[in-house]
Design a protein. Structure first.
Length: 305
């Protein structure tokens, strides 16, 4: 009878999970992984780590759907954060990256900030405390652009997998676990987080989304891929793929999104994957930096690369 109830509950949860949005799935995963199992009796057969417990209770298929899986021992994710004048949000972004509970190194490249970001990073460098052991901090003497900062960051990565994280709070690091899953399960080598494959969140600017989709379609035409969001920040790839590409990257600004996509697409053995992510876009008044000129340049980059 107990087995029947557990099976029926698992089936019900699985059906429910199909109706949940990415944000809802993320909240369920966070709640399940935070369940306190420390109070179980010593002779209990359930005295095991949370992943194994959830795998037994919910079943492997549902756990996979929720993004609950085991990260290999010794694995490390390199999170590259290009930074320019983000002193108001940088500490919160780093806290949220750590909150994703993935073993990682955080590679921060300051691109000539003038708002106090640089001073903050220098103070972290000088402190050399336990709190900042996971940080790799690189300082550009002058502003060179996002592409240049990413090129520098990629060349300082030592992890197994590399991902780009913006410092402006538009992207939620809790999505990193979902993006990483296809790579660890050997289903993909490159994973893009799509803001448009599952629309959820604040209503976006029509022209911004229109331009993004036009650029994505042209990039698909040239690269042979079928992506829904080529301009996404969340691009994740195995380090052995990006290591030989990084030194030759040419784009200094937002054209890097097209250059990276096209150069990765040329690696015919690379398997691409997309997963929906949450997105909370900020306005230009709040510090958004990409503009219409970057859209025009992106079209040139599609032809160029």
């Amino acid at each position: 009878m107990k087995h029947f109830i557990a099976h029926d509950r698992g089936m019900s949860l699985h059906a429910l999970s199909d109706e949940l949005s990415p944000a809802d799935l993320r909240r369920v995963r966070e709640a399940l992984l935070d369940v306190d199992t420390a109070g179980l009796p010593d002779d209990s057969a359930l005295r095991m780590d949370r992943i194994e417990l959830l795998d037994r209770v919910l079943g492997p298929e549902l756990c996979r759907r929720l993004g609950i899986y085991r990260i290999p021992v010794g694995f490390r994710l390199s999170v590259v954060i290009p930074v320019y004048n983000e002193v108001k949000t940088l500490e919160r972004v780093i806290e949220r990256v750590r909150g994703a509970k993935i073993p990682c190194e955080i590679v921060i490249v300051d691109d000539g900030s003038k708002d106090g970001t640089r001073d903050l990073l220098k103070s972290w460098q000088e402190s050399q405390g336990e709190q900042h052991r996971d940080l790799v901090i690189v300082l550009h003497e002058k502003n060179k652009g996002k592409g240049a900062a990413l090129k520098t960051g990629f060349q300082h990565c030592t992890g197994d997998v590399v991902v780009v994280q913006d410092a402006d709070m538009e992207y939620d690091p809790q999505d990193l676990r979902s993006l990483l899953q296809p790579i660890l399960e050997d289903q993909a080598d490159v994973v893009f987080g799509s803001r448009f494959s599952h629309i959820e969140g604040p209503v976006r600017s029509y022209w911004h989304q229109f331009a993004n989709q036009m650029i994505t379609r042209f990039t698909n035409w040239k690269s042979g891929l079928n992506l829904t969001d080529v301009e996404t920040c969340y691009k994740m790839f195995r380090r052995e793929l990006i290591a030989p590409i990084a030194p030759g990257l040419r784009e200094r600004r937002f054209g890097i999104e097209i250059e990276l996509t096209c150069k990765l697409a040329r690696l015919r053995t690379a398997r691409f994957f997309e997963r929906p992510i949450s997105y909370a876009g900020r306005s230009y008044a709040e510090g958004k930096k990409i503009g219409w000129r970057d859209g025009i340049w992106a079209l040139w980059c599609i032809l160029r690369y």
